[in-house]
Write a protein that binds this ligand. Sequence first.
Ligand code: PLP
Length: 402
Amino acid sequence: MLAQRISLLSGSGTAAAREAAKLAATDGRRIIDLSAGEVIIHPPLSVREGAIAAINAGTNRYTDSIGLPPLRKAVAEKLSAETGIDWNTDDIVITAGAKQGLVDAALAVLDPGDEVIIIRPCWPTFPSQVLLAGAKPVFVDARPPAYIPDIGAIRAAVTPRTKAIIINSPNNPTGAVYDRTTLQDIGDLAIKYQLWIVSDECYSSFVFTGSRHESIVMAHPGVRSRTILVNAFSKELAITGWRLGYFAAPPEIISAAKKLQSHTTSNANVIAQYAILHHLQVSDGSFEREMHQRLAQARNAGLLILSGLHDLATPGAKGSFFFYLDLSRLVSALPARGPIRSTDDIARVLLEETDVASVSGSTFGDVNGLRLSFGAPPDLLESGLRRVVDTLNSLKTKYAAA
Ligand code: PLP
């Protein structure tokens, strides 16, 4: 018999979408995969060279559980340059991807019975990790078209048991980028109610509104002592498989992570640590700039295609690399007893009839959304989006009530 905590976890919806796409491809169909949470591009040469050099040098052995000191220092310097705030080696923990940073945070601050405010639609790992820590996710809905949470709604969700709030800007899945006032209001609220802030900034390199990413610690420096700022190289360098992330946090969280990681995974993979260290030492930022440029172009081309959607708003897609469609009007126009009644059905039709993989909003706790990644190769993205537009535009007539 399994532990009860396993029953708290649902399977990953994004992984399920990926599996469905793979399964369809085994029938010989050429699936355009717009479901992936990663940019399809080769890793930077500097990362690959760093790894090869480390392997050829015979690099092996455990490192400090929270990472190689020179890598922690290099990450602190990177974060200082990006945020304009001073960070030191001691402020940084190296993790096996952002996911480990987030689970460290959950295990370090949550006790059974604690509540954690999570802005929905949300990446499903947030509530799952909160549940694993024995705590309770409390959802606050961020509504379309902007998907920026209302501070009054967040305040209304605070109870004496609230211990933390998780924010994620730029956001997966909605593409929202929180404005400075929202970040400051969340910061004020966290101070007033003495909450931890877990700020997942994994998509910080991907802001397309002309301005740069603003971390909550930049918008509200007063929250630094209660913020766990989680980030990773996974998305920024398109190296999701290498499993290298980090977080910056106050000293008590760093000590907690040191213990947690030493008893769970030990250190992040040593070759990956050296590879990223090499990248940070030699890179002139051209890979990152090219990625940004490619995604900005993909976003523009995609928005143009999506503007052809009838009766549906074009998504904001201000950050991350997702178009998030609000299909509420389309779903409510479809017959309640018909074959297509939900965004799950729509994602299924897109895969079965047009060979395009997407992720239904239900994965993110939102019955009205549909996520399409613009990290796909540009030519595939454009033909995939055209098929999505044609299919969505035809659904109402095809399945209209007789
Ligand atoms: N945080 C968010 C919001 C994500 O969307 C993802 C991956 O999709 C992660 C964290 C996981 O990042 P990593 O692969 O670095 O663990």
